[in-house]
Design a protein around this ligand. Structure first.
Ligand code: PMP
Length: 371
């Protein structure tokens, strides 16, 4: 056959997710941890992985890892579910709580994957845009949730919000949880950098789901481990939609070692928090540059001629994320907090771009990424 029947209609306008990863010397675009897992922990990982039976299917529920996470959060195992990165659990959320005739409440600008998953599952989206300073429009959100005609079945609030940077106010989240029986996922992918969590509210609210990941604070973006904390009845619904073997045995083993050693990651988390402050202050001194406050491991900033600024940085080996044409984020770039040396290189290049326009057009032969 030289043709194929059309794919499902909801795919027609979907553009495949593109992380816009390009070769660079300093990867400051994906909110990863700039430091890899260190030697001592790597040695433990090698030992743990050596004992994995590769010919056997993994434990579908990653129960050993689940127990470690549950214990650390003062919960029983059935309050925890491990997924193939937070991304899988976000998709499972849309599968289990979305669908035609059910509405997802979104608060853009936020993590674009939420809306993409709603579209894939034919879930109508109600957008309530953020207001000045990217604050949630609390009144409108509460009103929308209270109106039964909207039939809002789930909402996802990233806290801190990617890519804007600040937490959702905990008092607001409490009001939401009390006002609706819709599923409320609080995406705490970056909570280790904000040091705040909705965990204390879990037992009072059956509709609260907390999402976390090993990709950021624990340097495991390449391994794909995320987890949710939620009431066991909610976890049971996720069990119905999830792929049974989505979390492979090697990833489970690596995550166990890293989680047992999690206190060793604390100094690098502290370094990221302090570098975040240094980056923000330095950006504030550059004319025309406006950094947005961040409680996470990146800084979103406005810069004149943002697309050219992105190109200028990239030509000097520094990859940041260009949001300059994204709705609600016009004129912004997002820089992930790197090592102090990477942050210095970024600041120095941006300073040149802003303060020395003539230099913008100087050839950068030999230092670019176009080899
Ligand atoms: N939530 C947010 C807000 C994120 O930024 C990310 C990663 N970009 C995720 C969830 C998912 O992370 P992962 O799949 O790596 O666990």
């Amino acid at each position: 056959m030289d043709r194929v029947v059309a794919a499902a209609p909801q795919l027609a306008n979907i553009v495949p997710y593109d992380p816009k990863y390009l070769p660079a010397q300093a990867y400051l675009s994906a909110n990863e941890n700039p430091r890899d897992v260190d030697g001592d922990i790597r040695a433990q990982i090698e030992e743990e992985v050596r004992a994995v039976a590769l010919n056997r299917y993994p434990d579908p529920l990653a129960n050993d890892l689940r127990d470690l996470i549950a214990h650390a959060n003062g919960l029983d195992r059935d309050w925890v579910l491990v997924g193939n990165g937070g991304d899988e659990l976000l998709f499972d959320t849309a599968l289990a709580w979305g669908g035609p005739g059910r509405t997802f409440l979104n608060m853009p600008p936020t993590f674009s994957v939420y809306a993409a998953n709603a579209r894939l599952t034919n879930t109508p989206i109600m957008d309530i845009p953020r207001t000045h300073g990217f604050a949630i429009d609390e009144q409108r959100v509460l009103e929308a949730l209270a109106d039964p005609d909207n039939n809002i079945t789930f909402t996802i609030v990233a806290s801190p919000n990617n890519p804007t940077g600040l937490m959702a106010p905990p008092e607001f989240l409490e009001r939401v949880l009390a006002a609706t029986d819709a599923l409320v996922m609080v995406d705490e992918a970056y909570f280790e950098f904000s040091r705040q969590t909705m965990r204390p509210h879990l037992e009072q609210h059956k509709n609260l789901v907390i999402l976390r990941t090993f990709s950021k604070a624990f340097s495991l973006a390449g391994v794909r481990i995320g987890y949710i904390l939620a009431h066991p009845e909610v976890i049971r619904e996720y069990l119905k939609v999830r792929q049974p073997y989505s979390v492979d045995a090697v990833s489970q083993a690596i995550a166990r070692v890293v989680f047992r050693n999690r206190s060793a990651f604390e100094p690098r988390i502290q370094e990221i928090i302090s570098e975040r402050g240094r980056l923000t202050e330095a950006l504030r001194t550059l004319p025309g540059v406006i950094p947005h406050p961040s409680e996470s491991n990146w800084v979103l900033f406005e810069v004149p001629d943002a697309p050219q600024a992105w190109r200028f940085l990239y030509d000097r080996g520094i990859l940041v994320r260009d949001f300059s044409t994204a709705p609600g984020l016009e004129g912004t770039l997002r820089v992930t907090v790197g090592t102090p040396a990477q942050n210095d290189a970024f600041l120095s290049a941006l300073r040149t771009f802003v303060l020395d326009p003539d230099d913008r057009f100087r050839s950068e032969k030999g230092s670019g990424n176009h080899a």
